[in-house]
Structures are given as C-alpha cells and as structure tokens.
Design a binder for this molecule. Structure first.
Ligand code: CP
Ligand code: NVA
Length: 310
C-alpha cells in the first residue's frame, strides 16, 4: 500500500516504481472525476503557499485550479513581493510558512533552495521546477504517454538540451517506470555523469534502457515519443547565442521525425520557442494540449497524496 503522506516531492528519483505508478493512476482517477463532474474537495480548509521565483503559465494555473477543486486555498507568492527579495533568509521563510500553511510549492532558480526549504519546514514541499528537475511536469507526461502509447514498451527520445530540468526528470521517470529513453543532445549539453549514473542504477532495477547520443537521427530512430523543450531555460539567458548555434541540428523538424515510428507522438512541456517547427507542433502527432491538461490532474494527485491521511 503506497503512503506518501507528509513527504516532500522534490525529484522523481526519490520515489519507487510503485509510488510513481500510484501517482499516475491517481492522476487518471482525478481526470475521470472531472469528466464525470464529480465533487472532489477532499482537502477542504487546507492552504498551499505557491512560492515562485520565476514566471509560469501552466504550473501556477494548474496548481491554483487544482487547489480550488480540492477545496484548498492557494496563496500565490511572487518572490519580488516578499522580503526574500530584500535578503530575508530562505530558512526563515520556511520556518514562518510552516506555521501558516499545510504545504509549500516552490519554483526556484537553484535546486538547493528547495532542499533548504524542505530542511527547515516540517510540512511537505513540492518542486514546481528548479534548475535541476521538474517532477510535476513529468508526472503529468507519464499519464499522457500511458494514455497514448501505454507504459509497457514505449520508446522515448528527448532531443535538445539534455542537461535541463525537464530532460533530467524525463530520464528519471522513464528509468523508474522501465521505459527506453534516449537523449539526443550536443556533447556539451548531455546529462552529467552523476545524473546518468543515478538513472542507470534505477534503470538496472526496472529494466529500462538509457541511450545518450549526439546524433539526433539515432536518438529518434523508430521511437514512439519525441519530446523536446526550450534550448534556453529560465536562468540561462546569458548563454542564449552560443546555445542556439549548438542546438540547431537538434531542432525537431519534419525531416527529423520521419525517422521515428510512423505513429509517434510529439510532446513538449511548453512554452515553446525555436526548438520545433510549426509543421510538427501543429501536426496530428502532437499531443501538447493533452499534455498541458494532464498537469491539472497530476497536480491534484500530488497535493492529495502528500496531504491526505487515508
Ligand atoms: N511546462 C511548464 O512548467 O510551464 P510553465 O512554465 O508555464 O509553468
Ligand atoms: N526547461 C524549461 C522548462 C519550462 C517549463 C525552463 O526551465 O525554462
């Protein structure tokens, strides 16, 4: 029996296959409840602090709507309007928040900021994106892959910036579930050795296969899922010029996707910039809107499982 009550949700790699599968199934249950227009305000009276150091369209709004449907109050906190922007220590923020709210959800520049909040706040802390990982995104994406391709044998390729938050979480999520995951990225932007080693340890247990290549065609050959993300993540704007040059051969174009399985799906966490052409993004292969929708259902699964004592 999976019990995540009181836990933090900082990285998928901290969770077992059974726990991730439970969260995917719970997300699907919440989706079905919405489809049936069924009341699900199981967390009535609870409060979530949504602390954001970076902009957001989907993560913030899916969390606010998830809180509303679950009967919670979402308290959005833009860092620039808090005393943290004037130097208040993050650990003091954590210690104060735990006296007010039931859960802290935070989008931060440095993953260590999340770890510090989690260290000093006794309540659950959820990663709403850091420089290292984006587990809420990939939890929703695993539901999308399950719906479209099943989670038994899908082969996934991530093409582009293989060393960013989304790529890391997709790597860990696929390794946990036991799926084949290929990262196609320029050598300089492949996941670092520690990340690969950690993912391979998980993969050895689950039967997942991990391939890292600097050849985009090798990455997408016969895959069921092609996933990409921006070449310049939030916080890396200074490197934009150099990155765009290096990533050019990894753009997801119609030429590239011809090498995938004929019924492949195209995924993108959004927002998009130059890393995919419109003909692929707007094609029948693209599942980006379903992917965005599933963020709402998986946000509910995470809030519910961390807060609800069954
Ligand atoms: N995919 C995602 O996290 O989007 P936002 O940055 O809009 O939240
Ligand atoms: N890798 C991107 C994801 C945005 C949802 C970024 O960090 O900006």
């Amino acid at each position: 029996m999976v019990n995540l009550h009181g836990k933090d949700f900082l990285c998928l790699k901290d969770f077992s296959r059974e726990e991730v599968s439970y969260l995917i199934d719970l997300s699907a249950e919440f989706k079905e409840k919405m489809r049936r227009n069924e009341e699900h305000s199981y967390l009535r009276g609870k409060v979530a602090a949504l602390f954001f150091e970076k902009p957001s369209t989907r993560t913030r709004s899916s969390l606010e709507v998830a809180c509303y449907h679950l009967g919670m109050h979402p308290m959005y906190m833009d860092v620039t309007t808090t005393q943290i922007s004037r130097g208040e220590p993050i650990k003091d923020f954590a210690k104060v928040m735990e006296r007010y709210v039931d859960i802290i959800v935070a989008r931060v520049y440095k993953h260590t900021t999340l770890e510090e909040i989690a260290k000093y706040a006794k309540i659950p802390v959820v990663n709403a994106l850091s420089d290292f990982s984006h587990p809420l995104q990939i939890l929703g994406d695993l539901l999308t892959i399950k719906e479209k391709k099943g989670l038994e044998e899908a082969k996934i390729a991530f093409v582009g910036d293989g060393d960013n938050n989304v790529a890391h979480s997709l790597l860990f999520g696929s390794a946990i579930i036991g799926l084949e995951i290929r990262i196609g990225a320029p050598k300089r932007y492949q996941p670092n050795r520690e990340v690969i080693e950690e993912a391979r340890k998980i993969a050895n247990k689950s039967g997942s296969k991990i391939i890292v290549t600097d050849n985009p065609i090798e990455a997408v050959k016969d895959v069921d899922v092609i996933y990409t993300d921006v070449w310049v993540s939030m916080g890396f704007e200074k490197e934009a010029e150099e990155r765009i040059k290096l990533f050019e051969p990894f753009r997801v174009t119609w030429e590239l996707v011809k090498h995938a399985a004929p019924d492949f799906i195209f995924m993108h966490c959004l927002p998009r910039h130059d890393e995919v052409t419109d003909d692929v993004f707007e094609s029948k292969h693209s599942v980006v809107w379903d992917q965005a929708e599933n963020r709402l259902h998986s946000a509910k699964a995470v809030l519910y499982s961390l807060l609800r004592r069954d």
